[in-house]
Design a protein around this ligand. Sequence first.
Ligand SMILES: Cc1cc2nc3c(=O)[nH]c(=O)nc-3n(C[C@H](O)[C@H](O)[C@H](O)COP(=O)(O)O)c2cc1C
Length: 289
Amino acid sequence: MAYQSAVHPDAEAATARAAAAEGVLAMYSTLSSLSMEAIAAASPDARRWFQLYLQDDPRLNWALVERAERAGYSAIVLTADVPILGVRDAQMQQGFAMEAQPPMGNGPEVRTPGRPAEFTANRLRHRPGSAHGWPVLDELRQRTELPIVVKGILTAEDARQAVSHGAKALVVSNHGGRQLDGAPATLDVLAEVVAAVGPETEVYLDGGVRRGPDVVMALALGARAVGIGRPVLWALAADGEAGVRRFIALLREELAVTLALVGRAKLTELDPQAVGARWTPLSPESSGP
Ligand SMILES: Cc1cc2nc3c(=O)[nH]c(=O)nc-3n(C[C@H](O)[C@H](O)[C@H](O)COP(=O)(O)O)c2cc1C
């Protein structure tokens, strides 16, 4: 998640220390408040992935990727669901506004994928980056040796395309429901995506993962891992690094309890049956949950 200094002065450094201490893989945004190097310095031995928002100037994309490589990030997560910002009613209703120039840890030239005031559907080119297609993935693959993860996949067709253009893993995500009203719930499309790509492509899920049963449900339906957004930010706001550690510890405990209650000894033993017939994964033969 972007802009973590908006909720705590230690920003991503606190999140990074907490994730490192708890042994949790973390992804850091192109729009982080601290630089990716400062985040790396806060968690030198932790596994970290860098999330890329494509910038209008391609040179900046490749410069960010190169910096991520040098700073020890071990994958590039290309977010595909924010070519422009969605219409965010709740934020508008609450009068939420970021500072005009939120601190951009990765450099003042880095831009939030925006939506120009004069934007209309036939003027996508107002933001060249918003018109990218699959070839950008081919180019990214040539620019880096790091594995590429595509975040924001919701259909079997996109999943297959992403993999055929070099994605090593996918995040089934609707950006926490923050981009497109009517986008499907990630849990409802997870099985379809998993089935589309086969076992050699890892599929992760995010969106609405809050408690142990949410994690177990996603893993049982084929996710290899889950991503967690807002609860981390809330924990960071409440108590900085200690808050995030506490959140992770609570979730870990809930996960263990849930696993026991569905009768499995290990996460790798989870299968659809563990979570009951109602959650039989979607397939062309079934009408789903
Ligand atoms: C405040 C906020 C900032 C976010 N910033 C980014 C971002 O910079 N890059 C990105 O790929 N996703 C971003 N996301 C989306 C999250 O990575 C994630 O997909 C989503 O929050 C998951 O849903 P959850 O919050 O219900 O767990 C952001 C989400 C929130 C709430």
